[in-house]
Design a protein around this ligand. Structure first.
Ligand SMILES: C[S@@+](CC[C@H](N)C(=O)[O-])C[C@H]1O[C@@H](n2cnc3c(N)ncnc32)[C@H](O)[C@@H]1O
Length: 402
């Protein structure tokens, strides 16, 4: 279906169980950061997986609250930078499943065309518990409190963080996307320093350090308001990183979270160590990254709930079901291991040999009693508690190299 909205033509799309109208010119890209026609609202079809995960996370949070007796209703959800309204409307139509604990969604966008499109989409989709506002998000978040807040900007989320950490109620969830990966991953060191008050180092693991730098920044801003923000699920793709945080109030809790930040010294793409107090400045050949969050990237209990949900018949309809099932399975294993991973091609370069298959690495490591899991962040990455010496032996002994 296509219609003319006065500000350009709109096309109906269906994502999950939700049908909305989006600007026709934005439908071309199925990967990358998306495009925005001048004057039109924004929609990126490549973010379906990202929105599918939001639906699951929200449904899991409703279920969790019910189980622990947090039954104050409704659960308020702010889709703060909403564009077409698709994320918020999907929460209403797909995650609003418990009658006694309903979700109430607010879709906000400062752009007038987007606001009108949200209103149109609320009607078009049949969402009953979704409302729209046309405000500057920072101002809106200073005046109102929500159980869940989503911040999904063009580029950096930094201008919204101070208000966002205060806008989430105790025990709530803040989700933050950043698409300025050039800064966070280390292609633009000065931009990262300026925005996130942290130094990136460009390595094969830079998407993980990007997540950790973003998390660290959000936690430090939250600390100034005596709030403790702990990552409960984090992931990245080529053009964005995204972290969901559990928000708790309290100076003591905040101090504890901030104690989990630190620096990582890189000698190469495979050699790194956490910087401790006795560290000699200048001894890291490739550079020192941070400050950043060094603790777990996910919460195991929340992951387990999402994992179990994905097994159920009722969630098979999600467009990204298969990809998300694999992602969550990897996350469930990696959550028990410490920061950073090895990338198979970088290891081969380091040992001046050819890459070794992931199956061979897994088999050899597990035979010797080491832990192994594939990294959720990189298809060629794996995490282990084995040292580089052990990996070198595996690489040099691999019969496929002979
Ligand atoms: C990347 S888009 C959001 C995409 C949307 N979350 C989705 O899943 O399709 C960012 C939106 O933020 C809006 N925006 C930018 N600055 C804003 C502000 N200060 N307050 C409210 N909205 C703003 C833009 O108009 C744009 O629609």
């Amino acid at each position: 279906m296509t219609e003319d909205a006065g500000d350009g033509s709109l096309t109906e799309i269906t994502e999950g169980k939700t049908s909305v109208l989006v600007p026709s010119g934005n439908l071309a890209s199925d990967h990358g950061p998306g495009t925005k026609e001048s004057g039109a609202s924004f929609f990126n079809p490549a973010m379906e997986q990202n929105r599918d995960l939001s639906v699951l996370m929200t449904a899991v949070e409703v279920q969790r609250r019910l189980e622990v007796g947090m039954t104050r209703a409704p659960i308020s959800y702010l889709d703060g930078l909403s564009a077409s309204g698709i994320r918020g409307i999907r929460m209403d139509l797909e995650a609003n499943l418990v009658e006694e604990l309903p979700l109430e969604i607010l879709c906000n966008d400062w752009d007038l065309n987007s606001f009108h499109l949200i209103l149109k989409n609320i009607e078009h989709s049949g969402a009953q518990n979704t409302f729209a506002t046309n405000e500057n998000l920072s101002m809106l978040m200073l005046d109102h409190r929500f159980d869940m807040v989503d911040v999904d900007p063009f580029g950096t989320p930094v201008p919204f963080i101070d208000a966002a950490v205060r806008a989430v109620k105790d025990h709530g969830i803040l989700s933050v996307t950043a698409t300025d990966t050039a800064a966070l991953c280390g292609a633009s060191v000065k931009a990262c320093d300026r925005k996130y008050h942290a130094r990136p180092v460009k390595t094969a693991m830079c998407h993980e350090t990007a997540i950790r730098i973003l998390a660290g920044y959000v936690q430090r801003i939250a600390g100034t308001h005596e709030r403790a923000l702990t990552p409960i699920l984090s992931y990245s793709s080529d053009h964005f990183v995204r972290v969901y945080f559990r928000v708790r109030k309290g100076a003591g809790r905040s101090d504890e979270v901030l104690g989990g930040q630190g620096l990582i010294a890189f000698d190469s793409d495979v050699e790194w160590k956490l910087v401790d107090q006795g560290f000699q400045q200048g001894s890291a050949k490739k550079g020192i990254a941070g400050p950043m969050w060094l603790g777990p990237l996910h919460d195991k209990a929340m992951l387990k709930r999402i994992h179990d949900m994905l097994q159920e018949e009722q969630w098979q309809y999600l467009g990204a079901h298969k990809v998300l099932s694999q992602l969550v399975e990897r996350m469930l294993v990696e959550v028990d291991l410490g920061p950073l991973f090895y990338e198979t091609n970088e290891l081969a370069r380091h040992f001046s040999t050819s890459p070794v298959g992931m199956d061979v690495i897994k088999e050899q490591l597990e035979k010797e009693g080491f832990l192994f899991c594939r990294a959720s962040i990189d298809p060629n990455g794996f995490r282990t508690d084995a040292t580089l010496d052990v990996l070198e032996k595996i690489y040099m002994a691999d019969p496929t190299q002979k």
